[in-house]
Design a protein around this ligand. Sequence first.
Ligand code: ASP
Length: 344
Amino acid sequence: MRQSILLIYTGGTIGMKQDPDTLLLKPFDFSQISDEVPEINRFGYTIDTYSFDPVIDSSDAKPEFWARIANVIRDNYDSYDGFVVLHGTDTMAYSASALSFMLEGLRKSVIFTGSQLPIGMLRTDGRENLISAIELAAMKDDNGEPMVPEVCICFENKLFRGNRTTKYNSENFSAFSSPNYPLLADIGIHIRYDRNAIHSFLPEEGEFKVNTAMDTNVAILKIFPGMTESYVDSVLSAKGLRAVVLETFGSGNAPSLPWFLEKIRRCTARGVVIVNVTQCQRGSVNMGTYANGAILEEAGVISGQDITTESALTKLFHLLGCHSDAESVKKGMESPLRGEISLK
Ligand code: ASP
């Protein structure tokens, strides 16, 4: 049986071509993908395309857009072996994280990719990213099951767990990193899969289901030396606020300013879930290391452990969409849902 892949084209640089008259970059018609990248025919797969209309710059991504991608996957789940989502790089880490939470019991590969240079350009990275993503999405293990049953990002010869990624470079072809989790596959002459890092499907995960409920009443509060009371107030007094990603120093530390701690305490006391995420590029929050971390725990802040901000934010959207009480949201944040935090 021929493998079949659905390419979902949402926008971003990868789908741009230079208009020969105006020299401006314009989205091109992805249904003609095999004219543009004829190499993909050599796989011998059936490759169909689904194009968003209009396509977007990923800076315009939002929960409704994620729900659309999730629903396209749901509607086509039984007809394809795997899915490739072509997406702008700017918010790809947010979208891949969000999709990982929306898709429950996923048993097929959903591989996000894009590029730093448009596919119509001579030196584009899009061609290689696209070809690798298609191969990975179609790959089966010895039992004939999809090799990577996860939402991933494939970029510049690397396959990442989507909800572990962050875009860290706006210029290099190597634009993404996964600071706290190993690569799922390293794409060289051979594709080397790290089977220990790849999720193995557990029977208790149940049937594939799509849950697109999200509540975006979340704020990100980044602390910094010299922050003012009015800055903190403006974030914590946001109307309808239900949760905060608190970006702290080092292993989860914050200034010991009495006014700051009092505001945090009052906020958690009124049922707002505050999650401590480190501003560091790598590593985990541990509020038990320093007195300046312990004061946050005492004020009711919970640990985000080694989660990325992108993943913490979208996980909160998802949990708040599913639960009306703070306790259930807190419990959900403290345990891994789709491998987005490391088990201690
Ligand atoms: N602004 C573009 C986007 O995210 C950048 C890219 O695709 O790389 O849609």
